[in-house]
Design a protein. Structure first.
Length: 117
């Protein structure tokens, strides 16, 4: 069953939860692809799939990130503007974002990943 999984971990190199997620999949010998989120970001299509899977943009935005403050997101109510700023500044994403096809999680979520296995 685990062979059919197509795991992508979108994370930040300095993120403790990203490292924990990598370790979790390694320990279970589950192959994954690591994507450096601040460097490569998410495509609009990837973002829309993840947003739908996790239940909205609010779960994806790291309100404690420096980019969040720099981009004045809390003072912006226009959803398209927030989405554009998020995609242009991928450091604002909560990490890790773990994708398995159409399914996705935000943060360290081993209880969900177990269901995938």
């Amino acid at each position: 069953m685990a062979k059919s999984m197509n795991i992508q971990i979108f994370g930040k190199s300095k993120c403790f939860d990203t490292k924990k997620a990598e370790r979790w999949f390694k320990e279970r010998k589950i192959k994954y692809q690591l994507v450096d989120l601040p460097r490569f970001g998410l495509s609009r299509g990837e973002y829309q799939g993840v947003r739908a899977a996790v239940g909205g943009i609010e779960k994806l935005i790291d309100t404690k990130s420096k980019e969040y403050e720099k981009n004045y997101i809390e003072y912006t109510s226009d959803a398209d503007e927030i989405e554009t700023r998020l995609l242009d500044n991928p450091g604002m994403f909560v990490t890790p974002i773990v994708r398995n096809g159409k399914k996705a999680t935000v943060g360290f979520a081993p209880e969900v990943w177990l269901e995938w296995v």
